[in-house]
Design a protein around this ligand. Structure first.
Ligand SMILES: Nc1ncnc2c1ncn2[C@@H]1O[C@H](COP(=O)(O)OP(=O)(O)OP(=O)(O)O)[C@@H](O)[C@H]1O
Length: 301
């Protein structure tokens, strides 16, 4: 558990300090409701659209990640997992709070932009160049990436012919090729088969062993338990628990089981106990950023 960490300890790779992400989303709730107020209907008439509501995707998340950690993020649909990864990747600017990373993180998302009409191999080349590798490095790495993806002859077929698992394998292999110090993985691992799972876990272990930090988002608590050293459980944009992966995954799994069985009182009690089990993290970016130059996705509190 990370508590009251002061910026900037030497082995910290990512610091997230009291981050909030809010979206304004059009909602038909008031418009379609038979009890919708006259003012809401009038507003709709005037704006020509639906009234907007505020969605709090992240509501005050703080954490510090360290070299050599693989950090799992678990939580139900809509709990804020992908938003947290996007904020760490610098793809989303927090509405409030700060994110600082030691080097630019590489985000491996289920939707990583590859070109469906190109073959797997052509996409490997494209992906490596897009991540900033030189043409020479790219050519040197292609055999390793192709090997890690393990797609056999299909590596020469257009990517649009791949199953979702095959696409995920290719994206993982490409992202790992760049040897990123900070690798963010959104669900991709859970779609591969057993052989790929083993290869990808070994590759992640290598990245971690080279003093990198890996974040993995997954619904599957078991995946997190198997491949992560630490896990963070998010619920409605808040950190419920941040601790050893096995402990967090065990509590999350048990809570999710009770929710799925409609045992709401028991689930509520477990959530309360999990929150009490962890101490609230407070990350303070107290001094100006001292080491090198940092990615820019930070906003003052
Ligand atoms: N671009 C967006 N515009 C509006 N609302 C968004 C946007 N992205 C996410 N949200 C909302 O923010 C909340 C958190 O979404 P997020 O995708 O981070 O959840 P998640 O935990 O990754 O979910 P899942 O497990 O289903 O992938 C949800 O309520 C979602 O509807």
């Amino acid at each position: 558990m990370v508590a009251n960490r002061l910026f900037w300890e030497d082995d910290v790779t990512v610091a997230v300090a009291n981050v909030h992400v809010h979206y304004r989303v059009p909602s038909t709730e008031h418009v379609s409701s038979s009890r919708s107020s006259r003012s809401a209907r009038a507003l709709t008439k005037v704006t020509g659209g639906q009234p907007k509501v505020l969605v709090r995707a992240l509501a005050g998340v703080s954490l510090a990640a360290y070299r050599g950690e693989s950090v799992g993020i678990v939580g139900t649909n809509g709990s804020g997992k992908s938003t947290l990864l996007r904020v760490i990747a610098g793809l989303e600017v927090p509405s409030r709070g700060q994110v600082v990373a030691e080097t630019s993180p590489v985000l491996l998302g289920v939707n990583a932009a590859l070109v469906p009409d190109l073959s797997g191999e052509q996409n490997v080349r494209l992906g490596c160049l897009a991540m900033g590798l030189s043409p020479e490095e790219t050519e040197r790495l292609i055999p390793d990436v192709v090997d890690l993806a393990g797609l056999g002859k299909a590596i020469h077929y257009p990517m649009k012919t791949y199953s979702s698992g095959m696409g995920a394998r290719l994206r993982f292999a490409i992202a790992a090729a760049a040897n990123p110090k900070i690798l963010l993985i959104d669900e991709a691992l859970s779609t591969g088969d057993a052989a790929f799972k083993e290869r990808s876990e070994r590759r992640m272990e290598e990245l971690r062993a080279h003093a990198g930090t890996v974040f993995v988002v997954s619904h599957a608590a078991q995946v997190i338990e198997e491949i992560c050293t630490r896990a963070i459980w998010l619920d409605r944009g808040r950190v419920v628990l941040d601790g050893p992966a096995v402990e967090t995954a065990r509590r999350y799994r048990s809570w999710a089981w009770n929710v799925s069985k409609g045992e709401h009182a028991a689930a509520k009690q477990q959530l309360k106990e999990a929150i009490e089990a962890g101490q609230p993290s407070r990350i303070e970016l107290t001094t100006p950023i001292a080491r090198g130059s940092w990615p820019r996705h930070a906003r003052p509190h």
